[in-house]
Design a protein around this ligand. Structure first.
Ligand code: GBH
Length: 519
C-alpha cells in the first residue's frame, strides 16, 4: 500500500468512527430513569389483611365483567407478596426511581379515615423500605383508578364531597409515608378517571354519561388534587422538603391538513383532552381553556340546557388550582390526526364530550401500529408535545411518568426496543429545544392487569408468567437495553446486550432463551 492510500484509510477509518460516535446522544447527568406500575394492576391480594373493595373489584366480580379475557386483578402479578422481587428488579435495572400507586381501600377500607388498616400501611412501608435499601427512590401515586366501592355508592367523583374525602385520604398517606417518600403524584390521568369512567365505558365505574358525567368529575378531581397539594405545601413540605405533582395523559393531536379548520380542530382536541386539566393548574391565567368553555356553553344553549353542562370553576377554585403542582407528570404513548367535519352528522351522540369537542380524531395507517388498537409509534409527535407544553405552560419541570409499547408477549421485543429508542431520541430533541424534562419512566416495570385488556396486552420490561404460582419475572431484551441507557445516561442505537443470547427454536418466542436470566 502506498503512503497515500495508507493515510486515506486512516482518514476514512477515523471519520467512520466520528460518524458512529455522533449517533450516541447523552442525557444530562442528573436525568432520572424509572419504571411505573399501579396498585390494582400488579398487587393482587384483593381482600387480604383487611383491604376494602375497590370499584375495579366490584366490576370484575360482577356478572358483567367488562374485561376482554374475563380476568381480574384478584392475584395479578402478586406484588402484594412479591414486592421484594419488584424492588430487586428495579435495582437490577439500575433505576433511579420506581413509581407505584397506593390503593386507597387497602389503607382506608371504607374510604374514610375513621378506620385505618394498619396491615395495609405496613405493606406500603415494607415496599418503601425495600426500595430505599436498594437505592431506588419511591415515587408514589395516591390514586390510580381504584376508588373504594363505598365512595362510588355515594356518586364517586361526581359527588363534590369527594374533594374532602380525597383530602382526608391524602392526609393519612402524607402522615404515614412522607418521612420516607419525597415525591407524590396526586392523581393518575384525570381524563382516564373522568371521561373513561363517567363519560364512556372505558374504565370503572363505566357510567357512560357523556356530556354531563365527565364534567362533574373534572372539577372535583382538580379541586381534590389542589387541596392535597396545599395540604402538603402548608404542612409537610417544611418537615420533609418533598414535591407533589400530577400525572396527566397526553396525546399529540396533529392537524390532518394545513387548513384553518383542521388546525383549529387539533387545538380543540388538545384543549379538551389535556388542556382541560393542564390549563387550570399550569397556565398563568388558570381556569379551563377558553375554547373548551366556549364550545360546551354554545352547544349546551343550542341543545336547550338551562346552563352550560360544564360546571364552571369559581374565582376561588381558579386561585386554589392555579400553580398547585411542583412538577408535571406526563403520560404519553401516541399521536392522532385531528380534522374538522362541519356536519359531524350522526358521528357522535348528542350531547357528548366528543360532540362538544367537534373534532374527528383518527389514526394514520402509515404509522407503525402496535397490537393494541389505539397505540401507534409516532416519535415526532412526542417532541412536538413536549415543545407545546413548554410554550403553553411556561416550561414547567416535566417527568415522563408513563411511556410504553404493548406486545402479545415474548422475550425478544425488538419492536418495544425500537419504540423506546425513537421516543427517547425525540425526548433528546425536546431537551435540545429547551424543554425542562427531568426524568423518564417506562410503562411498565412488569407485565400487569391491563384494565379492560386484561392480560392480553403486555407492557413489561420483565415478562410475568401469570400461569406460574410464583408469577415468575423474566427480563425481556428491552430490559437489558433500558438498563444500559439508565446506566450510561446515553442512547446508543447500536448497543447490543452481551447477556441476552437468544436461541431461536421452531415453536415461538416463548421458547427464546436468555443465557443469564438475571440482569
Ligand atoms: C395508561 O393510560 C394507564 O395509565 C395505565 O394504567 C395503563 O396500564 C396503560 O395506559 C396501558 O394500558 O379503549 O380504545 O377507547 C394510557 C391512556 C387512555 C390509553 C384511554 C387507552 C382507551 C382507548 N389510555 N385509552 S380505547
Amino acid at each position: 500500500m502506498n503512503n497515500y492510500l495508507f493515510l486515506l484509510s486512516i482518514f476514512l477509518g477515523l471519520s467512520d468512527d466520528v460518524i458512529s460516535k455522533s449517533k450516541i446522544r447523552s442525557f444530562p447527568s442528573d436525568f432520572w430513569f424509572g419504571a411505573s406500575t399501579a396498585a390494582y394492576q400488579v398487587e393482587g391480594g384483593w381482600n387480604e389483611d383487611g383491604k376494602g373493595s375497590s370499584i375495579w373489584d366490584t366490576a370484575c366480580h360482577s356478572d358483567l365483567n367488562p374485561v376482554r379475557d374475563d380476568s381480574n386483578g384478584d392475584v395479578a402479578a402478586d406484588s402484594y407478596h412479591k414486592y421484594k422481587r419488584d424492588a430487586e428488579i428495579a435495582q437490577e435495572l439500575g433505576l433511579n426511581f420506581y413509581r407505584f400507586s397506593i390503593s386507597w381501600p387497602r389503607i382506608l377500607p371504607n374510604g374514610f379515615p375513621d378506620k385505618i388498616n394498619t396491615l395495609g400501611v405496613e405493606y406500603y412501608t415494607k415496599v418503601i423500605n425495600e426500595l430505599l435499601a436498594r437505592n431506588v427512590t419511591p415515587v408514589v401515586t395516591l390514586y390510580h383508578w381504584d376508588l373504594p366501592s363505598n365512595l362510588q355508592k355515594l356518586g364517586g367523583w361526581a359527588n363534590p364531597s369527594i374533594v374532602t374525602w380525597y383530602t382526608d385520604y391524602a392526609k393519612v398517606v402524607f402522615d404515614k409515608f412522607s418521612d420516607k417518600v419525597k415525591h407524590f403524584i396526586t392523581m393518575n390521568d384525570p381524563k382516564g378517571i373522568c371521561f373513561g369512567g363517567y363519560g364512556s365505558e372505558n374504565t370503572a365505574p363505566f357510567l357512560n354519561m357523556s356530556g354531563i358525567g365527565e364534567y362533574l368529575c373534572s372539577r372535583n378531581v382538580l379541586l381534590a388534587h389542589a387541596n392535597a397539594y396545599h395540604l402538603y405545601d402548608g404542612h409537610y413540605r417544611k418537615l420533609h422538603n418533598g414535591t407533589v405533582g400530577i400525572a396527566l395523559n397526553f396525546v399529540w393531536y396533529e392537524p390532518a391538513s394545513d387548513t384553518m379548520d383542521d388546525n383549529s380542530a387539533a387545538v380543540d382536541a388538545r384543549q379538551f383532552e389535556w388542556g382541560q386539566y393542564a390549563h387550570p393548574i399550569f397556565s398563568k391565567a388558570g381556569d379551563y381553556p377558553t375554547e373548551f368553555k366556549k364550545n360546551i356553553a354554545y352547544k349546551s344553549a343550542e341543545q336547550g340546557f338551562a346552563r352550560s353542562r360544564l360546571n364552571h370553576l369559581t374565582a376561588k377554585d381558579v386561585t386554589l388550582i392555579r400553580g398547585s403542582a411542583d412538577f408535571l407528570g406526563v403520560n404519553t404513548y401516541t399521536t392522532k390526526l385531528a380534522y374538522r367535519d362541519a356536519s359531524l352528522e350522526g358521528m357522535y351522540t348528542v350531547p357528548s364530550y366528543m360532540d362538544d369537542m367537534g373534532a374527528v380524531l383518527v389514526k394514520d395507517p402509515a404509522w407503525t401500529q402496535s397490537q393494541t388498537n389505539w397505540l401507534q409509534e409516532v416519535p415526532w409527535g412526542f417532541s412536538k408535545l413536549l415543545i407545546a407544553i413548554k410554550n403553553l405552560y411556561d416550561n414547567p419541570p416535566v417527568y415522563i411518568m408513563e411511556n410504553g409499547w404493548s406486545t402479545e408477549g415474548g422475550l425478544l421485543d425488538e419492536d418495544r426496543i425500537n419504540y423506546f429508542r425513537t421516543y427517547l431520541n425525540a425526548l433528546l430533541d425536546a431537551l435540545d429545544a429547551g424543554c425542562d424534562v427531568k426524568g423518564y419512566s417506562v410503562w411498565s416495570l412488569i407485565d400487569s392487569f391491563e384494565w379492560r385488556q386484561g392480560y392480553l396486552d403486555k407492557y413489561g420490561l420483565y415478562e410475568v408468567d401469570f400461569s406460574s404460582p410464583d408469577k415468575t419475572r423474566t427480563p425481556r431484551k428491552s430490559a437489558f437495553i433500558y438498563k444500559e441507557i439508565a446506566r450510561s445516561k446515553t442512547l446508543d442505537p447500536d448497543f447490543e446486550p452481551e447477556k441476552f443470547i437468544v436461541e431461536v427454536t421452531q415453536d415461538s418466542q416463548e421458547k427464546l432463551k436468555i443465557e443469564n436470566d438475571v440482569l
